[in-house]
Design a binder for this molecule. Structure first.
Ligand SMILES: N[C@@H](CCC(=O)N[C@@H](CS)C(=O)NCC(=O)O)C(=O)O
Length: 221
């Protein structure tokens, strides 16, 4: 069977990162085709994706012409295809994991648009504003409380889609403002999450690439 994941640049496509990781964590074999989503070629390349996938975005998984689009659908599919589901077995942990996944997928923190995934790989990071710091600290406190509640190494106990979903935010936040001793569980969670071999594989490749500078990072006009 032919299974193709259309993904994106390692240092730009946080959504593709999630889908790629879920498939890899589940040991599902696939061919990867990296779509260059840097400007200006982004638009032509995504238009080609639009010829077979309605959102014209990456990631997309295609299995023998059967198209699965959107990162969350691909992660759920990976969870069901693999041997061990990527949702927690416990009903409350699962509900909480889904809450975080939905929050990340819809709105999440106001700080996110100011800290693109690309910016995690800039060598010259900006100084965060007081508002950005307050936003990140607020999120760290929510994560801290959740990790304590579920008493495991990951967000809701065991490794789940919630961790994969939040991973790019963890990368963006930690690269600009590491949690200090006020959030010891969040620090430990970052250590576990960011050092998983497959996570490192993607991030190490991202770090080797030419940074993609986006306007607005330094609040330029
Ligand atoms: N909700 C989608 C978002 C996908 C998305 O925005 N992907 C970006 C690259 S990381 C993209 O292809 N954007 C093209 C566009 O929005 O036109 C998902 O979770 O897969």
């Amino acid at each position: 069977m032919e299974r193709i994941l259309y993904s994106g640049n390692r240092n730009a496509s946080s959504w593709a990162f999630r889908a790629w990781l879920a498939l890899k964590e589940q040991g599902i074999e696939f061919e990867e085709r990296v779509i260059d989503i840097r400007r200006p070629q982004r638009w032509d390349n995504l238009a080609q994706i639009g010829e077979f996938s309605p959102p014209a975005a990456v990631p997309v998984l295609v299995e023998n012409n059967f198209v699965i689009f959107d990162s969350i659908a691909i992660m759920e599919y990976a969870s069901e295809l693999g041997d061990a589901p990527l949702w927690p077995a416990d009903i409350h942990a699962r509900a909480k994991a889904r809450s975080f996944a939905a929050w990340q997928h819809s709105t999440f923190a106001r700080v996110c648009p100011c800290l693109s995934f690309e910016s995690a790989f800039y060598t010259d990071k900006k100084q965060l504003s007081a508002d950005e710091i307050a936003q990140i600290e607020g999120v760290y406190s929510v994560w801290e409380e959740t990790i304590i509640q579920f008493e495991g190494d990951y967000l809701v106990g065991t490794y789940s889609i919630a961790d994969i979903m939040l991973l790019p935010s963890a990368v963006r936040f930690s690269s600009h403002y590491m949690p200090d001793q006020r959030w010891p569980h969040t620090r430990k969670w970052f250590e576990c999450l960011l050092n998983r071999p497959l996570v490192r594989e993607w991030l190490d490749e991202a770090e080797q690439l030419e940074p993609i500078y986006l306007p607005g990072y330094r609040n330029d006009p």
